[in-house]
Design a protein around this ligand. Sequence first.
Ligand code: AQP
Length: 330
Amino acid sequence: MTRIITGIQPSGNITIANYLGAIKQILELQKDEQNEILIFIADLHAITVNQDRIALKKHIRELAALYLACGIKTDKCHMFIQSEVPCHNQLGWIMECNSYIGELERMTQFKDKKQKQTDGITAGLLTYPPLMAADILLYDADVVPVGEDQTQHLEMTRNLANRFNNKYGETFKVPEALVNKNTAKIYSLVEPTLKMSKSDPNPKAYIALLDDINVAKKKIKSAITDSEGSIRYDKENKPGVSNLLTIYSALTNISIKDLEEKYKNSNYQQFKEDLANIVEEFLTNIQNKFNYYIKSNELDLILNSGRDLAYHLASRKIQKVYKKVGLGRN
Ligand code: AQP
């Protein structure tokens, strides 16, 4: 059996980028009989930047319902909310105490977010990687699917696992990164050199899975392109069109080469119109299922059972770790 762990932060409206970059990969991984997948909703990570209390609660539940609406199978995947398993905080602290400020300050994501942050940089933003290490090491995960931007954090997790094992004796499995080169990286619709992010203050920059269908179609139709008029992939000179081609290809599984051929005599309007219709079909399908799950008490039962399994696994690991470190009386 291969244990895989993955998570998304409920830090905004889940976007097609989150779907194409993360959720779609889980849909593939769950097809393999050998895989056992733990999915957590990373609400503790979400509060490393400011969150509105009501919105956060809403986003947590929506994210859970969206995973199911996207096709996550509950016999293969166990879904839980990170803050409902306090072992994450417990091991997170121990990982923090084995991390050095210098190495945390060197993390690219910290440096990027620090630059963007206007209202104060929290200590949590700096100590995000030790908590992420805890999320993974608690469960002896074999494999962690990561985007290119997360490889540095996973390397930190591996370092922390080795550091702890060397200091206290064999305790943690050292996880492998699964960097899927085929996973699409999606860019902002208004500034196509920046990644599409669910927390982008401009909603025109992203398509949320729960966007009103007509609004989503409009966003595609008004996405920034260029004045050249030809539909071809050229990330450097035509980032907008290239991004739309990537989205089109990832949603339909038609290769970019075939799309270039299909649209070689078309204009941007026709191309965008077609993509808008594809997005419509895709979102309608997800939203229909979402509307079922968000209201059903099945969602709570799934999250309860995920939490119980996660707690069962994680609390055994925590007991072992506390013993090795010498904490408490037992
Ligand atoms: N633009 C993207 N293209 C492809 N994949 C993406 N992911 C995020 N943005 C893109 C993938 O989605 C998962 C979500 O990870 P996360 O919630 O931990 O945070 P993130 O990567 O920081 O995602 P966002 O949407 O940009 O959130 P905010 O705005 O809150 O920071 C990951 O697997 C990521 O690779």
